[in-house]
Design a protein around this ligand. Structure first.
Ligand code: BEZ
Length: 180
């Protein structure tokens, strides 16, 4: 299945609200696909789970560090999505001291399923999660997909290369030099 456009879904996020008293000053805030994707050129990367080793040690920190290089290639935002709820995604973002990459909680897996990227990870006790992929998305239109090889349920390996920030930057740079 080749999608041209990101699916329209509503994400249930948790945002800090200083008007709320007490030890947990957060409230629910719904954000739609249009909120994240309309009128911007972005990189979205999707991974099997918050706090997992490759994602926490390489993929997310590398996207964070290379943000300025992505901006120089005409990227407005970098989003990281995972089939995890807003509480988990916020805790992961805090632990990573993120300033650049924005996290999107796809707790129900609806966006991931509609992207055709939902796979079983019951072999790890994870349930349904995202296959690793990344995409360049321009105003909601999928310009280029970077999907790891071997898409399958209960995959015993965790291929990582296509969706690395370095690979996507190489693609952006070569596209720009061809256009020049
Ligand atoms: C990892 O990012 O290293 C990882 C992802 C999913 C399951 C196990 C490990």
């Amino acid at each position: 299945m080749t999608l041209n456009k990101v699916p329209d879904v509503t994400f249930r996020t948790r945002v800090r609200d200083e008007s709320i008293d007490g030890p947990n000053p957060f409230r629910w805030e719904d954000k739609t696909s249009a909120d994240y994707f309309a009128g911007k050129r972005v990189v979205l990367f999707s991974l099997p789970g918050a706090f997992t080793p490759t994602c926490s040690t390489y993929q997310l920190p590398d996207f964070e560090k290379l943000y300025a290089e992505f901006q120089a290639q005409g990227i407005d935002e970098i989003y990281c999505i995972s089939v995890n709820d807003a509480f988990v995604m916020n805790a992961w973002g805090k632990s990573q001291n993120l300033e650049n990459v924005k996290l999107i909680p796809d707790g129900s897996g609806e966006f991931t399923r509609k992207m055709g990227m939902l796979v079983a990870k019951d072999n790890l006790g994870f349930g349904m999660r995202s296959w690793r992929y990344a995409a360049i998305i321009n105003d909601g239109k999928i310009e280029k997909m970077f999907e790891e090889e071997g898409f399958s349920d209960n995959c015993e390996t965790d291929p990582y290369g296509q969706s690395s920030p370095q690979n996507i930057l190489d693609h952006l740079k070569s596209a720009q030099s061809q256009a020049a």
